[in-house]
Design a protein around this ligand. Sequence first.
Ligand SMILES: [Zn+2]
Length: 128
Amino acid sequence: MNESYEIEKEALLVERARIRKLLLGVGHPHEDDQYDFDASSEETDLEFPDESDRASEIEDFSSRVILEGELEKRLLEVKDALHALDIGTYGKCMICDVVIPKERLSANPAALTCILHANVGRERSSQL
Ligand SMILES: [Zn+2]
């Protein structure tokens, strides 16, 4: 374990907490899988008890589903990145094995590919 391991892990855990917090604003976690969320429906959401808020919430539901899907994808990327950190492949592109630039990792701690393969990595995640 090198010194950067703790720093990188901390950055990923912060990122994971941030995404989870955003996800809790648009959905509920599955009890058996903390990485899987469902977008809130108007019946189950207690955050908007007001009638007028409820109406706009129902309108927002489809965009919440989209946002929830995006956030869930990001959360899975963080999960993959934490796994990569543990097996020692973190910081290298999973496609071409090139070292991912520090600037890219600080912008997105969960990046598992170089910029060149960013779209490949994204497609891979969305197919899972
Ligand atoms: Zn690459």
